[in-house]
Design a protein around this ligand. Structure first.
Ligand code: ATP
Ligand code: MG
Length: 640
């Protein structure tokens, strides 16, 4: 198998890692079957994969195995380590802190599972969870898993229309929401927005009950018969609940992708394969230790929050931290205090959080201890070499590996990274495919695999346990989206380059490649060059139609301080870093960029704004700051 270029010790890969890579290549079936032993099964699987990327496409892992995810994440640890802390929750107000041991978390999950059963929720029913970062979010996911209900976690910041679309598509029968959510000084009216969403669903609404979690105890309208108090309902139930025995290929949850590229897709993850993947990647990528306090800052409404706030660490018997608040509220450095107070060992966040922290006074991070940290990680977007280095130097104090993890909602967990302690990290490179991940690069024109050094469409030649099984009620779209561009392989939608040492560099979404006078330029390449200017916090490059060149480049740049950035310096940085042919038509210095809830820059919107096409901007409520769009539109119009 030549897909993974062999790495030698000089390239900074441990022998153990190499051994795993080779084992997985030699006999994937045996490798993945042995990984299934991470879990407790009611019926152990007799084979690993029965997946097929051809024909109608079939993703099936551990098919004849039977298990329950909540038993794996709770019951077995209650037997071995009942008093270990499973979950630490910190609220955004000073002094709000709750610790739950495995025994306590198990009891709370069981009470809610009993409540849901009493409300008529059964195996295969969908339950929507619409909560801020409170312990009840984790409890709700595990309670669904316990009774075999499929959870659909929805972002707390969605508009009523955004919620209604997903509630209707998923056919949820019960909703778990909050009275309100807090976001710094702002209060978000969760329950009222949910009421509007339910009204907007109209006849298509399958929701029978709404459980309301008291986050602040605010008074909210309650519809008699339909709306119930979460606290009162669970208090009536016993702290024990028999778990539903599930088939490995039964769905565990639906997750709508962040929608950076258009209409959200309801990605369906299975039970056995997904949980093996969550456990395996949590251990291999972060070198997980029993003494870890694991803080993944992702919202639970994002896949990262599913796999690395809940399922991976809890399946592995770890301690997870969730924090309700923003990084810099009520003052900069809040998250560093959370790390110090809780002795966090692994800190896993997004590049946008790192970029924002870089923008602050150096003192903010330097005045904190951060001595408990062992591993740092990022996900969601490429991290520029500058930001990587800052994270390593300033937060990790030059002694914590930084894992830049490439993966997708559809992959269930990390696929390509420089695993902590096993693979040496390189600023700007994602790293190596994990053992068992058969990442290949395919030439778009010839459909040939690029061997050795080269660029191509990033694909997977073979299924892996965490692979999504389908799109909710739309298997045709699943096949069309992922399996037709490069037949016989899974196509990620991203491009990548492989260097001589086997490291992968993600060049961005293939749609984001801009063709200027015949030169194909990855937007990530431009943004990396722009990032070398110390006055730049972040930037986004997009292509716009151009009469002569085919496409022209437009770059949006966020400066460290208002007025501190000279667009001419940005042009020079691009000319020096990429080449004169890549110098943009226009540079807009803006206050911020439109981003999704998970911190991704929404280039789709910037592309439309830069090309003066303001039709169908889509649902802006999925953005973390919807106002910025109007601001940028006005600026672009004004600068013509
Ligand atoms: P949609 O598919 O609806 O457009 P999305 O792709 O943004 O939404 P996610 O599944 O959350 O939804 O994001 C996965 C994508 O994020 C990847 O395909 C890749 O483009 C980008 N990405 C994630 N991690 C990294 C990383 N470490 N380096 C570079 N890009 C990354
Ligand atoms: Mg995607």
């Amino acid at each position: 198998m030549e897909n993974i270029v062999p790495c030698t010790a000089e390239t900074g890969v441990s022998d153990r890692y190499l051994d795993q890579v080779q084992r997985a290549q030699r006999d994937p079936e045996a490798f993945w079957l042995s990984q299934a032993r991470r879990l407790v099964w009611h019926q152990a699987p007799s084979h690993a994969s029965r997946s097929d990327f051809g024909g109608d496409v079939r993703i099936a892992w551990y098919e004849d195995g039977q298990l329950n995810v909540a038993e794996n994440c709770l019951d077995r640890h209650v037997l071995n380590q009942p008093d270990k802390t499973a979950l630490i929750w910190e609220g955004q107000e000073d002094g709000q802190r709750v610790e739950l041991t495995y025994r306590e978390l198990h009891a709370q999950v069981c009470r809610l599972a009993n409540t849901l059963r009493r409300l008529g929720v059964g195996k295969g029913d969908r339950v929507a969870i619409h909560l801020p970062m409170v312990a009840e979010g984790v409890i709700s996911m595990l309670a669904c898993a316990r009774i075999g209900a499929i959870h659909v976690v929805l972002f707390g910041g969605f508009s009523a229309e955004g919620l209604a679309e997903r509630l209707t598509d998923s056919g949820a029968v019960v909703v778990i929401t909050a009275d309100v959510a807090r976001r710094g000084a702002k209060t978000i009216p969760s329950k009222i927005t949910m009421d509007e969403a339910l009204a907007a669903c109209g006849a298509k609404c399958a929701v029978r009950h709404v459980l309301v979690v008291p986050v602040t105890g605010a008074e909210v309208p309650m519809q008699p018969g339909r709306d119930l108090s979460f606290a009162a309902e669970v208090a009536m139930e016993m702290p024990d609940c028999p778990a539903e025995v599930m088939d490995a290929c039964d769905p565990l949850f639906l997750m709508y992708t962040s929608g950076s590229t258009g209409r959200p897709k309801g990605v369906v993850h299975g039970t056995g394969g997904y949980l093996v993947w969550a456990s395996y990647t949590h251990e291999v990528v972060f070198g997980a230790q029993p003494t870890d306090v694991f803080w993944c800052t992702a919202d639970t409404s994002w896949i990262t929050g599913h796999t690395y706030v809940v399922y991976g660490p809890l399946c592995n018997g770890g301690t997870v931290l969730i924090y309700e608040g923003l990084p810099s509220w009520p003052q900069p450095g809040r998250w560093w205090d959370v790390i110090d107070r809780n002795n966090v060992t692994v800190f896993y966040t997004s590049p946008t959080v790192v970029r924002a922290a870089m923008r602050e006074d150096a003192d903010v991070v330097r005045s904190r201890s951060l001595a408990s940290l062992r591993v740092l990680g990022t996900v969601g977007e490429p991290i520029s070499p500058e930001a990587w280095q800052w994270f390593y130097d300033e937060v990790g104090r030059k002694c914590c590996p930084v894992v830049d993890t490439w993966w997708q909602t559809e992959t269930g967990g990390v696929m390509i990274t420089a695993s902590a302690g096993q693979v040496r990290g390189k600023p700007g490179a994602a790293g190596l495919p994990l053992p068992g991940v058969e990442a290949v690069l395919v030439d778009a024109q010839s459909q040939q695999e690029v061997t050795g050094v080269g660029d191509g469409l990033l694909c997977m030649a073979r299924s892996w346990p965490g692979q999504a099984m389908t799109l909710w009620q739309d298997h045709a779209r699943f096949r069309q989206t992922y399996f037709t561009t490069c037949p016989g392989r899974y196509f990620s939608g991203d491009g990548a380059r492989r260097e001589g040492d086997g490291y992968f560099w993600i060049t961005g979404r293939v749609d984001d490649v801009v063709n200027v006078s015949g030169h194909r330029i990855g937007t990530a390449e431009i943004e990396d060059a722009v990032a070398t200017d110390a006055e730049v916090v972040e930037s986004a490059a997009v292509g716009v139609p151009h009469d002569l060149k085919g496409q022209g480049l437009v770059v949006f740049v966020v400066p460290r301080m208002e007025g501190s950035l000279d667009p001419a310096a940005v042009r020079r940085a691009i000319a020096d870093g990429v080449g004169r042919y890549a110098v943009p038509e226009q540079i807009y210095v803006v206050r911020d960029l439109p981003k999704t809830r998970s911190g991704k820059i929404v280039r789709r919107l910037l592309r439309k704004i830069a090309s003066h096409d303001l039709s169908n901007l889509g649902d802006l409520s999925t953005l973390s700051d919807p106002d910025i769009v109007e601001e940028i539109i006005a600026q672009v119009a004004g600068q013509e």
